[in-house]
Design a binder for this molecule. Structure first.
Ligand code: G4P
Ligand code: MG
Length: 176
């Protein structure tokens, strides 16, 4: 079974500060973020403390072929920036998600954004899993991750049923 890891809200906040520093150091001034929901919503909001730019959002759902019996994995739009708001045309946007895992969702979203009239499209993820990727990111898009992590299942605090138990497990994992 896949190993698991628990991150607290404090862990997430610290990593996002590092992520913001990397984005700022790149020299590109991003005009707005596009959060990929649901996982990208809370990271984008925390990132806004450091980058001070507005947040737009899209939401997707991912269907894993291995578990549904379908041959291919597919991503569906739940909500989209369609039509693209005038305020975003020609602007540099930073696409924000919580995790770079298989890249299937990221590839889908970035290919859709690449068709639009944007300036630079950057990608910012909290956790970059070191593993073989199914999806491919479009060429030439600046990529930032807060930290690289092993290919373990990450338990995010916003998914917790019991946040105190979640934090206890996160503490324990630090001690081990
Ligand atoms: P990627 O392109 O960003 O690499 O994502 P991928 O399609 O591989 O991920 C499919 C779904 O699985 C995504 O959720 C992603 O957030 C979630 N996921 C991948 N690895 C982990 C992990 O280690 N922990 C948790 N908690 N989730 C993980 P989604 O369909 O976009 O749902 P949501 O963002 O609305 O929750
Ligand atoms: Mg997600």
């Amino acid at each position: 079974m896949k190993k698991k890891i628990w991150y607290t809200y404090d862990d997430v906040h610290r990593v996002i500060k590092q992520l913001a520093d990397k984005v700022k150091a790149s020299g590109v001034q991003y005009d707005a973020m596009i959060a990929i929901g649901g996982g990208g919503f809370i990271p984008a909001r925390i990132l806004r403390c450091f980058l001070n730019i507005p947040i737009y959002a899209v939401t997707t759902a991912y269907y894993d072929g291995e578990h549904t019996g379908k041959v291919t994995d597919s991503v569906k739009k739940i909500q989209w920036l369609d039509p693209l708001p005038e305020t975003l045309k020609g602007k540099n946007v930073l696409v924000v998600d919580e995790v770079d895992d298989s890249r299937v969702t990221l590839e889908f979203c970035l290919n859709e954004f690449a068709k639009e009239d944007f300036g630079t499209i950057g990608i910012a993820v909290l956790h970059e899993k070191i593993k073989e990727k199914k999806g491919k990111l479009p060429e030439g898009m600046p990529y930032f991750s807060g930290i690289t992590v092993q290919d373990w299942w990450i338990n995010y605090p916003w998914d917790a049923d019991d946040i105190d138990e979640h934090n206890r497990l996160a503490d324990q994992a630090t001690i081990d």
